[in-house]
Write a protein that binds this ligand. Structure first.
Ligand SMILES: Cc1ncc(COP(=O)(O)O)c(C=O)c1O
Length: 450
């Protein structure tokens, strides 16, 4: 077979000790996911292809539930739909006991269609339209109010139904993490949240049963959760003392980090990301101290990325390579920012899908889009690789398959590797009909001559 020509270049290599970019050589590829060969997956389902590991997903959610329950038995996890609302993924998490946490009409309807009863849905988000609020109110969903106009709308619905509606208040607070996410909910420290409580009490149309606080995402500080839990429980105590309101639940949101590699953080995730047990200990001890057998509210978590990220892989293939004018090696892949929005925040670890030989060099990875922004890794050390070689991005389970865009390409197959190492297609590759199915070309435009 004709050998591939690689123009000779000089690359400085650091031999011996591992340097800050790890060792200079590593010829071990990643050839399997959960015992299934990458080669076989690509042959059967094409490239690119998303792969989810059911085993990993179940293991992760179990480890979260177990870690938190060890400290506080009244903990319930809800699945944050926006992180990944593939029916199969949601169903696996529901089968593990997770409720649904949704932030839009679409997500609400999807959860119900999957079989989640309305009263097991937590309804968050800044844009809950009246029609879906009416449905949620009738269903007895856990509605967490985001802003003042939503209070108006819910009071109107309650008046129309001639029945009080149970609600929660979304609260934002200072937990020492900046920038503070103050655009959602009512602020605690400046008294806005308490003012809303006074309003609810006075108008007697809505029943306050819970508080909610999602501080942010990829939170590396366990202390921030401790502060948030303390402040919410203090707020609950004030409500009890001053308004005789006993909150049924405290919702501490999501935000736990996955084991992805955040841009700008020097240390790899194994060193920079605290394990779930640290979060559980910090929060659990606070809950333990600040509650008692006479007052043990349900504590909800809506963890997204930490639960699903690790279970998702994207197999993509090299379409071609080139050397840029500055001498840097560039690879063009068949998947880019159309399928992974997360390279904006992460340097997603990438593995070569075959065993390889040869010195690694700084490379840049481009996607298939005819757009300059389509860069998935601007710096990764790779050996010389030929067209057709599979590369595996992992973890990509969170936000990719919801944030993805249909821009010039079809969205690919998504497969699930079951706990028995069998493959199930959980979303088939799009076709032209899927993409243009909703379009309508007016009759007068249907004929043209060129
Ligand atoms: C209200 C709410 N809950 C939960 C989540 C899930 O967050 P994460 O993926 O950081 O756990 C989000 C995501 O932004 C959110 O907005």
């Amino acid at each position: 077979m004709k050998k591939i020509y690689e123009k000779p270049i000089l690359i400085k290599q650091t031999m011996g000790m591992i340097n800050k970019f790890q060792s200079g050589f590593n010829d071990q590829g990643m050839t399997e996911i959960d015992g299934v060969k990458i080669k076989d997956i690509v042959e059967k389902f094409g490239s690119p292809v998303f792969v989810f590991s059911e085993r990993e997903l179940r293991k992760t959610i179990r480890s979260y539930v177990q870690a938190f329950k060890a400290y506080y038995p009244n903990v319930v996890f809800a699945w944050s739909y926006k992180t990944n609302y593939l029916g199969a993924i949601c169903s696996i998490l529901h089968s593990e006991g997770c409720l649904a946490e949704v932030v839009s009409e679409f997500e609400y309807q999807k959860a119900k269609r999957l079989g989640v009863p309305g009263h097991k849905i937590i309804f968050n988000g800044p844009c809950k339209r009246s029609e879906i609020l009416e449905v949620a109110a009738a269903d007895g969903a856990m509605i967490n109010i985001d802003h003042f106009d939503e209070i108006f709308r819910l009071e109107e619905i309650a008046a129309k139904r001639n029945k009080k509606i149970d609600v929660g208040l979304r609260i934002n607070l200072d937990s020492g993490v900046y920038p503070q996410w103050s655009r959602f909910g009512f602020n605690l420290e400046n008294g806005q949240a308490l003012t809303m409580v006074k309003r609810l009490v006075k108008n007697k149309k809505l029943n306050l049963v819970g508080v909610h606080c999602h501080m942010g995402t990829f939170m590396l500080s366990t202390k921030a959760y401790q502060i948030s839990a303390e402040k919410l429980l203090q707020f609950a105590a004030t409500l009890k003392e001053e308004y005789k309101i006993t909150l049924e639940y405290i919702n501490l949101g999501g935000g736990f980090p996955s084991r992805n590699r955040l841009k700008g953080i020097y240390l790899p995730p194994d060193f920079s990301v605290p394990p779930v047990q640290d979060f559980a200990k910090m929060i659990g001890q606070t809950l333990h101290e600040k509650t008692n057998p006479h007052y043990m509210p349900t504590v909800y978590f809506e963890s997204g990325r930490a639960v699903v990220d690790d279970s998702g892989y994207l197999i993509t293939s090299i379409v071609g390579s080139k050397r840029l004018v500055d001498g840097k090696k560039a690879y063009i892949l068949d998947a880019g920012v159309n399928l992974m929005v997360t390279p904006q925040w992460y340097d997603i670890p990438v593995k070569v899908g075959v065993d390889f030989k040869g010195p690694v060099e700084d490379s840049i990875l481009y996607g298939p889009l005819c757009m300059n922004i389509d860069v998935i890794r601007d710096f990764v050390r790779l050996p010389p690789l030929s067209a057709g070689t599979p590369l595996i991005f992992h973890p990509v389970g969170a936000y990719c398959v919801t944030f993805w865009m249909q821009f010039i390409e079809y969205r690919p197959n998504i497969i699930l590797i079951t706990e028995n190492n069998e493959i199930e297609v959980i979303r088939r590759k799009e076709t032209l009909d899927d993409v243009i199915g909703n379009e309508q070309v007016p009759e007068r435009l249907k004929k043209f001559k060129l």
